[in-house]
Write a protein that binds this ligand. Structure first.
Ligand code: ZN
Length: 420
């Protein structure tokens, strides 16, 4: 699937440092790259509603990582999935009387436009679940073959029917190592986040669905030996990631609400499919954006959509700067006034860069931005480095062989903000 048309990224002199990021598995801040290349898998949206600020915050964080990798000069392979068929989408279709695939197509288009407006570099590989069904079927068949998956009869269907397929987590001794949660928290989050702990016939309450046999009124695809049906949620990301990226993956990412069960389960499936103990080197998760005192979420209905803000005249550069002003790992509250503050800051940056001669000093500021981003994507420090340069006396800025225009290019290349 074509993602969106990416921005032209400025080139700046020199190279950046290896970005170190906080790994959720070990809790340590570690180098995000092991060699000459870096690969990243980020979970995509489920397109039943527009892109809200929580989504934008997540994809901007990974965009900053991709930009830091490109600045380092390593070759980057970035894959992103798109959950273009799943229960929430089908529920939305039932509730509104619309066709599920039309909702998905419409909201995917809005998402792409939002990402393009925010100057997010598109993934190299953008794959939906629907187009990946044959590979997912392969993977589920293989998991049955190696004894890591089993069939569960569908209540009310004849004994001859093939049933649903579930992963057998009992076959994975490393299950639970990613999130590091106790069984009680695992049970609670599994039930809250799309799991079906009470489904009769499962070997363990946590075992996740891999393949759901066709039900009346639901879309289904040819599953060969599995029978007609559709994929479960966690297997799709394991399959899309392994279809596009060499394993182990350097960084697996998404919002913090995906750590458990989604990424725990996905990585468990990847272990079963690849035979690797550690199919993922690092995981990076982004904080939750709150609004009106609660986490911004579809179920609470307190969403602020990117497309609405842009339609109301909010500048995409100001919105981007307002969002990346928060550290990717923090939970924070959207208050709305951030945009005006970001707009004022952008104006100060523009005025300062325009006011100095092209050969004005900027090398030190660029080095500080690079160092800040390498330090677990410390965007506040990177923004402060630009502020510091801007507030320095014009004479001091001009006493250097470096070009001021390079700072403008660095703000574009590293922070994704084009000043003019
Ligand atoms: Zn995913």
């Amino acid at each position: 699937m074509h993602p969106w048309t990416g921005p032209i990224v400025s080139v700046i002199p020199g190279t950046g440092e290896v970005p170190r990021i906080r790994d959720d598995i070990s809790g340590e801040v570690r180098p995000s790259v092991a060699g000459e290349s870096a690969n990243l898998y980020v979970c995509g949206i489920t397109p039943y509603d527009s892109t809200h600020l929580g989504h934008a915050f997540t994809y901007l964080a990974f965009d900053l990582l991709v930009r830091a990798w490109r600045d380092l000069g390593v070759s980057v392979r970035y894959a992103q999935g798109l959950t273009d068929v799943d229960d929430p989408l089908l529920e939305r279709a039932r509730a509104t009387g619309k066709d599920w695939s039309k909702i998905a197509a419409r909201q995917t288009a809005v998402y792409k436009a939002d990402m393009a407006a925010l100057r997010v570099i598109p993934p190299d590989f953008y794959r939906g679940v629907v187009e990946s069904v044959p590979q997912i079927v392969n993977a589920v068949e293989r998991m049955i073959d190696v004894g890591q998956a089993y069939r569960v009869a569908v209540p009310g269907s004849p004994a001859s029917s093939l049933g649903d397929v579930y992963a057998d987590l009992g076959g994975d001794p490393d299950f639970g190592s990613l999130a590091g949660l106790g069984r009680e928290a695992q049970d609670r989050l599994f039930a809250e986040r799309g799991g079906d702990p009470d489904r009769p016939g499962k070997r363990d309450r946590l075992d996740p669905l891999l393949w759901r046999a066709a039900r009346p009124g639901e879309p289904s695809w040819d599953g060969r030996t599995l029978g007609r049906g559709r994929p479960g949620w966690h297997i799709e990301c394991a399959v899309i990631a392994s279809a596009e990226l060499d394993q182990p993956i350097d960084v697996l990412g998404g919002g913090a609400d995906l750590i458990f069960p989604h990424h725990e389960m996905s990585v468990s499936h990847s272990r079963a499919l690849t035979g690797l103990d550690q199919p993922v080197r690092l995981t990076m998760h982004t904080g939750m954006v709150h609004y009106d005192g609660q986490k911004m979420s579809k179920s609470l209905g307190n969403l602020v959509f990117v497309s609405d803000l842009l339609e109301r005249g909010v500048g995409p550069a100001a919105l981007r700067l307002a969002l990346i002003g928060h550290h990717y790992g923090e939970d924070w509250e959207w208050r709305g006034r951030e945009v005006a503050l970001a707009e004022a800051r952008l104006n100060r940056w523009r005025d300062a860069i325009r006011s100095v001669k092209p050969q004005g000093h900027s090398g030190e500021a660029i080095a500080k931005i690079r160092a800040a981003l390498a330090d677990n994507l410390d965007t506040a420090a990177a923004i402060a480095a630009v502020d510091e340069w801007v507030s320095a006396a014009p004479l001091a800025r001009e006493r250097s062989p470096y070009a001021a225009a390079d700072l403008r290019r660095a703000i574009d290349a590293l922070l994704g903000i084009k000043l003019y």
